[in-house]
Design a protein around this ligand. Structure first.
Ligand SMILES: [Zn+2]
Length: 108
């Protein structure tokens, strides 16, 4: 995942995503929030990469469980249901990330 190449919006420099750092926030309803981010190596602009909260971790755990279940599941209907549920979790995960990125910004 960390090998993805990105282009900096500010200076146009193209680089591979470096090792992320994390900044801790305390959200009113989210509790502990960790914003994982990286800097453009050229102009040091901060980019949020992934935001971690209890809710986000819960979604990831549920997804992992379904993935694992599908490896041994024999019932095709159940497999389809699990895939649908994983799709759904992916969608709420993405929406959650968008919302969190708006609330927890890295500007000092
Ligand atoms: Zn830059």
């Amino acid at each position: 995942m960390n090998k993805m190449a990105v282009t900096c919006d500010k200076c146009g420099y193209r680089f591979k995503i470096p090792k992320t750092k994390k900044k801790r926030f305390l959200g009113p309803k989210e509790g502990k929030v960790f914003v994982h981010y990286f800097n453009c190596p050229e102009c040091l602009t901060k980019y949020p990469y992934y935001i971690e909260t209890d809710k986000v971790n819960e979604i990831i755990q549920k997804k992992k469980k379904l993935q694992k279940a599908n490896k041994v599941e024999k019932d095709n209907d159940q497999i389809t249901d699990n895939l649908k549920e994983m799709d759904h979790l992916n969608r709420i995960g993405r929406i959650e990330q968008e919302l969190l990125k708006k609330h927890f910004t890295l500007d000092d």
